[in-house]
Write a protein that binds this ligand. Structure first.
Ligand SMILES: [Zn+2]
Length: 479
């Protein structure tokens, strides 16, 4: 391909404060429609907004984690447009003086890593939500103002992403950082993380930007990639034919796998921004910023690096374990009770992840606590159960939420430690498989593992495979 893609992302993140940005209404998702509303967020005449201090704190923390410069003096502006989701007919946002600017984040790429610039981060209020019902003549629209006034930060990246994969990596990294900060739950399916993508193509080597289109309505990281791939394809076909690309906003249709025009530049909104007269300018003291900087948690890159150096974990394992702070916390809590990093990591990324996936549960809702997992690993360690039995016990723990010891006791899963019993079974197996024994003596190595399997089967997996192996070899030599 002789064109390269130039992609920038605008990401809206809903902050999970208790109350909305300019009134005392609850900001929580999922309530009955129009129950979290008051005269302020309904835009009734005579009401005045009051800025929520916690919103500014969360936004500053997000900006610091994204290496931004915090503006000591910023203000709010009215962005005017007429649409039923906006009760005041304007949205309080920030225009020329955003809260923060000039940041960056580092994303993993196939070549290693890449630093992607962040142009700005600003505060604004969310709009209400429209629900369109029915079709044709009988169609109507319902409005829910619960979301009106929920705090948002908009984070605008520099147009420095060059592929759908990089765009996805950027969005994922941004989400991961917000989750670590605890400022948002970043649920794309609930709209608390929303992504718009700008994309243009230019000949490889050129520094001039091509005509861009904006893609809206992507509801997952996967659809972000698909939508961008589709646009790259569409743009290059236009350029190949020597046709002009129209600068426009396009919506992604998940089912059809295409983008379609929403509005062109000609009819694009003129938002007539002007300063919000009801809110004083926001002055942010250095001391405030510094005290918030002290409260920043260990961020994903630092934590991943620490897991590698402190516990000697391989990079891919450390990445999986630090995907969310909850997974990393689980791992490190289990480790306090059973200090074998590799074993704990294997169980967290293996059995536990598999069971959680199958049950559709978050790790915080895991029926197996980190302490219980540690107890299970101790039982393997001290020879009470075999590693194979441990997997069955784990499943039982996951389903019932019970502790490993009582499951092992109740089901009689204790590893057979009586060596005489094992030796007896080994002899029986040898006697009942003369042909396999013969094969083994002729040098067929596989015959031995078959015999081990037979002993394990006879003991219902409760014998120690290493001991079985040793006894088999001894007994086979003897005859
Ligand atoms: Zn309100």
């Amino acid at each position: 391909m002789k064109y390269e893609a130039v992609i920038g992302l605008e990401v809206h993140v809903e902050l999970k404060t208790e109350s909305k940005i300019f009134c005392g209404c609850r900001a929580a998702f999922g309530a009955e429609p129009n129950t979290h509303v008051c005269p302020v967020c309904l835009g009734l005449p005579g009401t005045l907004p009051v800025l929520n201090r916690r919103v500014v704190e969360y936004a500053i923390k997000a900006a610091l984690a994204l290496n931004c410069r915090i503006t000591p003096y910023c203000k709010f502006d009215r962005k005017n447009y007429f649409y039923p989701d906006l009760p005041k007919n304007y949205q309080i946002s920030q225009f020329d003086l955003p809260l923060a600017s000039d940041g960056y984040l580092v994303i993993p790429t196939s070549a290693g890593s890449k630093r992607v610039g962040i142009i700005r981060l600003h505060l604004e209020e969310d709009a209400g939500k429209l629900v369109h019902v029915g079709t044709g003549e009988s169609a109507y629209t319902l409005v829910d103002y619960n979301r009106a006034g929920v705090p948002l930060i908009e984070i605008v990246s520099a147009p420095e992403l060059s592929s759908p994969e990089e765009a996805k990596a950027y969005a994922e990294k941004l989400r991961q950082i917000m989750l670590y900060l605890g400022v948002s739950d970043c649920r794309m399916e609930e709209g608390s993380l929303r992504i718009d993508a700008n994309i243009s193509l230019r000949p490889v080597g050129s520094t001039e930007l091509g005509v861009k289109t904006e893609i809206k309505n992507v509801n997952s990281f996967r659809s972000l990639m698909r939508a961008l791939s589709y646009e790259i394809e569409r743009h290059s076909e236009f350029l190949e034919r020597g046709e002009r690309i129209v600068q426009e906003t396009r919506a992604w249709d998940e089912e059809k796998g295409i983008t379609f025009p929403m509005r062109s530049k000609e009819e694009a909104h003129d938002y007539r921004y002007f300063p919000e007269p009801d809110l004083p300018p926001l002055v942010i003291a250095d001391e405030w910023v510094e005290s918030l900087r002290q409260t920043l948690p260990e961020l994903p890159d630092a934590r991943r690096q620490r897991l590698i150096t402190e516990y000697g974990l391989p990079e891919p394992t450390a990445s999986v374990l630090t995907a969310t702070p909850e997974v990393a916390d689980y791992f490190e809590t289990a480790l306090q009770h059973y200090p074998e990093p590799r074993a704990v990591a294997n169980w967290v990324t293996g059995e536990l992840a598999r069971c959680l996936n199958a049950a559709g549960l978050a790790i915080t809702a895991s029926p197996v606590t980190p302490q219980a997992l540690a107890e299970l690993l101790k039982l393997i360690d001290n020879g009470t159960i075999s590693g194979k039995i441990a997997k069955d016990v784990f499943e039982e723990m996951f389903t019932s939420g019970r502790d490993p010891e009582s499951i092992v006791k109740e089901k009689g899963l204790t590893q057979i430690s009586d060596t005489e019993i094992i030796r007896q079974v080994v002899r029986e197996v040898i006697q009942s498989h003369p042909k396999v024994v013969e094969d083994y003596r002729r040098g067929k190595e596989k015959a031995l593992s078959f015999l081990v399997g037979q002993v394990m089967k006879a003991t219902r997996g409760r014998a120690n495979p290493a001991v079985v192996n040793q006894y088999l070899q001894e007994e086979l030599k003897r005859e």
